[in-house]
Design a protein around this ligand. Structure first.
Ligand SMILES: [Zn+2]
Ligand SMILES: [Zn+2]
Ligand SMILES: [Zn+2]
Length: 625
């Protein structure tokens, strides 16, 4: 969209001097800005020079100097950011939707590189075209005289659809009805898809990566062109009933960098991203991950990283998820979610700041192969640590090099194994005690038990250590807990182990060696992983719920669910001094346990639960669980 009368904009120099037409044009530009004050910030106007890129405001004289020195950003014939409408009417009002578009997309990296502003004239690239289309949608009314812009309408429809989980067809129906109700010549789409198209440019990028249906590799990078799995020979594509070829399995990857950059591009969030560094703390309280030893350890180990408080500290969570509910098909997928911890406690870990990073397809648990799917994420995290990404911070109106570190993972116990590479099943399940664990198999229960494995961690003179009746009978504990390995020691254990990407053969060999390790986790590829104080966390909520279920079923003596079974009583007799609980009468009778409630006691408990009141979202529905 070239405009002949503005060719002066990219015809700045005559030898080493500014051309008179350029000087005059800049004067007109500044005058234009003054006449459109709604787009300005007080006396300051948006500077269209290549380094400010319409995102920074300066007083008119500074803008004049910038333009003299650097010229205009490419293809900026239409002064849209300063309020020039694409349609020749000049009805310009403050418009938060336009501001949103400029905040989100105005920063075109290419312009920053091209700071010399070589006045090469080109058609707008795809990015720029999206930007212009969005600005147009933010400025154009839905119909002549409407207060609503096309963009506002589209984004409100999209957000209603998500909020109420409306079906596509339902939205289509309403869009079509609305279309009939408002004047003709409107710009309202008749379907959800056409409405959504308006928002396309605001979407953050995602990649669909085909994977081996068995999960051994990604058709990615060097393997992008293959149509059979290099490891197991499975076909990449399958045929539909109509004979069309579709990928057998697709991993969806949502790069984290643009999402973090958008946090810094959003006015009311960017400032909060440094909360962890500037907020005064209450001594001896733990209100935020930045109060933790692990956080401080990272800061002292990598002072260079710590010196920029805008660098992001991330947590990673993953868990299986059955989109069709408990009783639907057995399909489950594995979302991998990243969350930035820089934000204050009121925002940290809240839904808008949980970024879906990978959607690992089902139908089954990826188990050890989770690492195969994590490759693009780990590569990006490495890049964010070693190089960083040039990012515009709207609160300080500066570009800075954004780096990020993954502080730890959070998961339930089975996923702990998938992430760490230490098998969390069986006698060696504890990833700290490892093969020094005192866990043992219960003869009758057929399960691993950690009964009385914890006295060794008590202070040396603790009275429990000498107690021969309350815990394991006749046992005095004099031992000390096992040595807890630090990151470097752990690295020495895993550094020669095969990785999930080395294929099933190598892993099978490792598994048969029964070392406890079943792979070298891909997380070790992060250069700082062995320097972290804490690598993996357990999600307390999972454990609490499971523990509560066991406890309540046992106390209420629920048939089939109680842990107080005859085999438990038999095992108990072997380890504990509790004669009164042992099976009597040649294993025929099971004496009632003092912890099981009788009928009257159960009634009291049920009535108490019925009258319990919790704030919204603090408890699940007890009648359902
Ligand atoms: Zn400038
Ligand atoms: Zn394969
Ligand atoms: Zn342990």
């Amino acid at each position: 969209m070239k405009r002949r009368e503005r060719s002066w904009m990219y015809d700045r120099l005559d030898g080493r001097n500014l051309k008179p037409d350029f000087l005059k044009g800049v004067g007109e530009f500044i005058q234009f800005c003054k006449e459109h004050p709604t787009c300005n910030d007080g006396d300051k106007i948006r500077c269209p020079c290549p380094s400010c890129d319409n995102r920074r405001f300066h007083d008119t004289e500074t803008v004049r100097v910038h333009l003299y020195k650097k010229g205009f950003v490419r293809n900026y014939y239409q002064w849209i950011c300063q309020g020039e409408s694409l349609v020749e009417s000049s009805r310009v009002q403050p418009n938060q939707y336009r501001d949103m578009v400029i905040d989100a997309l105005g920063n075109n990296q290419e312009h920053l590189v091209n700071e010399e502003g070589n006045s090469v004239e080109e058609e707008p690239n795809d990015e720029a075209k999206k930007f212009i289309d969005l600005l147009k949608a933010a400025g154009d009314p839905l119909y002549e005289g409407s207060k609503l812009s096309v963009l506002e309408m589209a984004s409100r429809i999209a957000s209603l659809k998500c909020e109420f989980n409306l079906q596509h067809r339902c939205v289509d129906g309403f869009a079509s009805l609305m279309n009939d109700a408002i004047p003709n010549n409107n710009q309202m789409g008749r379907t959800f898809n056409s409405t959504k198209k308006v928002l396309e440019g605001l979407e953050l990028p995602h990649e669909r990566i085909h994977t081996c249906p068995k999960g051994c590799l990604l058709f990615w990078k060097g393997d992008a062109q293959l149509d059979k799995c290099r490891v197991c020979g499975s076909d990449r594509y399958k045929k539909t009933a109509k004979g069309k070829l579709i990928p057998a399995k697709v991993l969806i990857y949502f790069p984290i960098t643009p999402r973090l950059q958008r946090l810094y591009a959003t006015k009311n969030i960017s400032e909060d991203m440094t909360w962890h560094a500037k907020n005064p703390r209450v001594q001896n309280t733990f209100a935020h991950p930045s109060d933790s030893q692990a956080w401080k350890h990272l800061d002292t180990t990598f002072p260079n990283f710590a010196s920029e408080p805008r660098n992001v500290r991330l947590g990673l969570c993953t868990d299986g998820f059955a989109p069709h509910g408990k009783f639907g098909s057995q399909y489950s997928c594995w979302p991998v979610i990243l969350t930035p911890y820089n934000l204050p406690p009121s925002m940290c870990m809240k839904r808008p700041f949980m970024f879906l990073s990978l959607l690992v397809p089902g139908p089954k648990n990826p188990k050890g192969n989770l690492d195969v799917y994590m490759q693009p994420l780990i590569e990006e995290l490495k890049q964010l640590w070693e190089v960083g990404a040039m990012t515009y911070d709207i609160s300080s109106k500066q570009n800075f090099n954004l780096r990020a570190a993954l502080l730890w993972t959070i998961s339930d116990f089975p996923a702990y194994g998938m992430l760490s590479g230490w098998s969390t099943a069986g006698k060696k399940a504890c990833p700290y005690c490892m093969d020094k664990s005192k866990a043992f198999w219960l003869e009758h229960g057929g399960k691993v038990s950690w009964f009385d494995c914890h006295r060794q961690f008590l202070p040396h003179d603790h009275p429990f250590r000498k107690n021969k009746t309350a815990l394991c009978k006749n046992k005095v504990e004099n031992g000390m807990g096992p040595h807890i390995m630090c990151g470097e020691e752990l690295w020495q254990c895993v550094k020669d182990l095969p990785k999930a990407t080395d294929g099933p053969e190598a892993l099978k060999k490792l598994k048969s060696a029964k070392m406890g390790w079943f792979k070298q986790s891909i997380l070790w590829e992060l250069p700082y992983w062995k320097d972290l104080l804490l690598r993996h966390n357990l999600d307390v909520m999972h454990i609490e719920k499971n523990f509560f279920d066991q406890l309540i079923n046992t106390v209420m003596d629920v048939k089939g669910s109680t842990s107080d079974t005859t085999s438990a009583r038999k095992d108990m007799a072997k380890y504990c001094k509790r004669r009164q609980l042992e099976l009597g009468n040649g294993n025929q009778t099971m004496p009632k346990a003092p912890f099981a409630l009788d009928k009257a006691q159960k009634k009291v408990l049920c009535e108490w639960v019925r009258d319990l009141k919790f704030p919204d979202a603090y408890a699940s529905n007890l009648s359902r669980d």
